[in-house]
Design a protein around this ligand. Structure first.
Ligand code: NAD
Ligand code: KPL
Length: 305
């Protein structure tokens, strides 16, 4: 039998991956937080993916983190702020040749995970696919996109990309995954916090073009100082293009705040501000944006980290 995919986190992306792999006949195991979640899942009977309005349920087997089965391939599909502790719990189960695929947005969590499991291969991912939960164990496939995968330390692609082809998960092996992650982080820093502070859709930022341009200039300086000139290339133009192309959408951070969920601010703006400090780069607008956002979140009773 082919190597099982252990999927840590049965949320939006975890379900999107687990159901497509299961549909393609690949062995998949969900790892749920604890015995209570496992009972609840088993009573429901499976994971439901709604695609083009059509729900389909897959009885993907599930287990808790203390299950004895060794793990060779782990898809880490929790939020950035949960990834390190969730993987640390699984470290004793990882086989010597284990590979982890890290789906987290932003930067910072990947390094923290890799430090916890120094013998495992950690593959970083950046995804433009979109999914959201519309009930327990039920996810809607909202936006078709692409997932780039890469390993900054070893450029050779893993053989299991065949499983992604079979599962019809659009993907590409990337030899510059850090550039992709930095570029996405910069886009998210220029757009998402402002949509929260101005309480608007992405298109609403067209009324705040100067603020966006000032942030893009500082983010460009940061990317260049961090050795990421390709990620800095024409950043402002790309931000303006994304604002226009997604004008009717609410950013993911805006959606988190609306749903009173913790944001991933520490792995986006927080990571950018820390990198600037490390390089002794003075970026006053980015810093002020971080302070305004933290104050705003705390006023709403949400975590500021
Ligand atoms: P989500 O909140 O829907 O799912 C995360 C799941 O992980 C939850 O079910 C949570 O209970 C589970 N979890 C957390 N800690 C756990 C633990 N210790 N053990 C077991 N389960 C645990 O999150 P999501 O939207 O799927 O996002 C995951 C990552 O992917 C984020 O970094 C996000 O920014 C990124 N991302 C999401 C989308 C999307 O459309 N949802 C798109 C691109 C990138
Ligand atoms: O990726 C995004 C998000 O909402 O997180 C966009 C808005 C497209 C860029 O910041």
């Amino acid at each position: 039998m082919s190597t099982p995919w252990h999927v840590l986190g049965a949320g939006s992306l975890g379900t999107l991956w687990a159901t497509r792999l299961a549909r393609a006949g690949r062995p998949v195991r969900l790892i749920l937080r604890d015995a209570a979640r496992l009972r609840d899942y088993e009573a429901t009977g499976g994971l439901t993916l709604v695609e083009h309005g059509e729900p389909a349920t897959w009885a993907v087997p599930a287990q808790t983190p203390d299950h004895p089965e060794p793990i060779r391939r782990l898809l880490v599909a929790c939020k950035a702020y949960d990834a390190e502790s969730a993987v640390a719990r699984l470290a004793p189960r990882l086989a010597p040749d284990a590979e982890l695929i890290l789906l987290q947005n932003g930067l910072g969590s990947q390094e923290a995970v890799a430090a916890r499991v120094p013998h495992a291969r950690c593959i970083f991912a950046s995804s433009t696919e979109g999914a959201f939960r519309d009930g327990d164990w039920r996810v809607v496939f909202a936006g078709h996109g692409y997932t780039w995968l890469g390993d900054a330390a070893h450029p050779v692609a893993p053989i299991w990309l065949d499983d992604l082809c079979a599962a019809k998960i659009p993907h590409e092996w990337s030899t510059d995954i850090l550039t992709r992650l930095w570029r996405k982080l910069a886009l998210n820093c220029a757009i998402n916090p402002l949509t929260v502070l101005h309480d608007c859709r992405n298109g609403g930022l067209q009324q705040h073009a100067c603020e966006v341009a000032t942030l893009c200039a500082e983010l460009t300086d940061l990317l260049e100082r961090c050795g990421q000139p390709a990620a800095a290339d024409n950043l402002q133009q790309e931000v303006e293009r994304v604002i226009q192309a997604t004008a009717a959408n609410f950013s993911s951070m805006h959606q988190d705040v609306t749903n009173r969920r913790r944001t991933e601010i520490s792995y986006l703006l927080g990571h950018a501000c820390k990198a600037a400090e490390r390089h002794r780069l003075n970026l006053p607008h980015l810093h002020q944006l971080q302070q305004r956002l933290i104050t705003h979140l705390q006023r709403l009773g949400l975590p500021g980290d």
